[in-house]
Ligand binder design. Sequence first.
Ligand code: S3P
Length: 170
Amino acid sequence: MVRHRRKQIYLLGFMGSGKSTVGELLARELRWPFIDLDTVIEAGQGVSIREIFERSGEPFFRQLEHAALSEVLKTEPAVIALGGGTFAHEANIELIHDSGGTTIWLDCSLETLRQRCVAMQNRPLFRDPESLQRLLELRLPYYRLAEFRISTEGRDAREVTEQILHLNAF
Ligand code: S3P
């Protein structure tokens, strides 16, 4: 049976892989709304992701993330930038799969992710380079479940966006 393909693109990948930057550009090109899942969670709580982690811990953040995802996937068309851990939880993967949208993994090297994460102040899960590598290794099997994998290594958001637009998948 051919599933109805919905006009939704989910960008997934590790912190620093370029999901938000590419997502914004892609949405502009497609003239679709852009939704950043982290921003939705922050707006709903009225505090930053870092504060949510500090005050209530990661399990509570994951509950909020799942609830926010359930809401945003009702929007169509939409380009949706997930958080780095969203597509590493079975219940979220199931929701996304059932939504019928297109999943795209923005991939780049550990070294590049490290450099980008060091420059970010607001990523509670970034502690040190070693823990970053462990976290990435745990998540790779999930990221590989995406329908498409696009490298963002050494490429700017425009180039990546062009490649996505040429996938002819939505
Ligand atoms: C997280 C990544 C962050 C944010 C939260 C947890 C993760 O999103 O959802 O800090 O588990 O990797 P970005 O990937 O947009 O940084």
